[in-house]
Design a protein around this ligand. Structure first.
Ligand code: ADP
Ligand code: MG
Ligand code: MG
Length: 199
């Protein structure tokens, strides 16, 4: 079968990819204050690759999450590619397993599994100024679904990273220079979680 020539992805994945293209410079700026300034470019590439890998406009959520997990894990460098790839892999597996079942609890379960993988791979805990500071408050307890209230907790957690000194990744090299600036990974993850809930 011929490779589909840049078929349009599902609407929610297109909207996310557009967000990360339009906000690339803003995310780069956040990362410049606490890292090396490439986070926006990494996200733009990750979503461009997710769109390329996507099955098409009618792809299931599980299929889209799998395309994103493969894109982040295989096509993007830095910390964010592989580590957000682990979150997306946990999500994709949980949603695949849920089949036609109830989605919000499956998504919550997948996020918790992804969080555990990220901690195993990267050693960060909540409080270290990473995207885990958005993810952990959203779905901390077993059985917590990903719903609008969980997204609000992620929003609050991402905002609170502005008061944190980095303990992992490049932000740990800049000390309190990053105070006042939120962690770009946390801000970006909020966008992904909100898009899943609103889709
Ligand atoms: P790099 O620092 O390699 O340039 P990116 O700019 O792509 O990586 O990604 C930076 C983001 O990665 C940070 O905003 C943070 O949220 C996340 N991050 C960095 N290190 C870790 C870690 N050990 N565990 C979880 N997230 C991390
Ligand atoms: Mg960076
Ligand atoms: Mg980098």
């Amino acid at each position: 079968e011929d490779a589909a020539p840049t078929a349009e992805p599902s609407a929610w994945l297109r909207a996310l990819a557009d967000h990360f293209t339009q906000s690339r410079a803003d995310y780069d700026d956040l990362d410049r204050r606490a890292g090396d300034g490439d986070f926006g470019g990494n996200m733009e590439l990750a979503f461009a690759s997710s769109v390329t890998r996507a099955a098409g406009p009618d792809a299931s959520l599980a299929d889209d999450l799998r395309s994103m997990a493969d894109a982040f894990g295989n096509d993007v460098g830095g910390s964010s590619g592989p580590l957000l790839g682990l979150v997306l892999t946990g999500l994709a597996e949980a949603v695949e397993d849920a089949g036609d079942g109830d989605l919000p609890p499956a998504v919550g379960e997948g996020l918790r599994a992804g969080m555990a993988s990220v901690t195993r791979a990267g050693g960060a805990q909540p409080g270290d100024r990473t995207f885990l500071d958005a993810l952990a408050p959203a779905v901390a307890d077993a059985g917590t679904p990903l719903d609008a209230a969980a997204v609000q907790r992620a929003v609050d957690g991402a905002a609170a990273t502005a008061d944190l000194v980095g303990k992992r990744g490049r932000s740990s090299y800049v000390g309190d220079k990053a105070i006042g600036v939120p962690d770009p990974g946390a801000v970006a993850l909020v966008q992904v979680l909100a898009a899943i809930v609103e889709r």
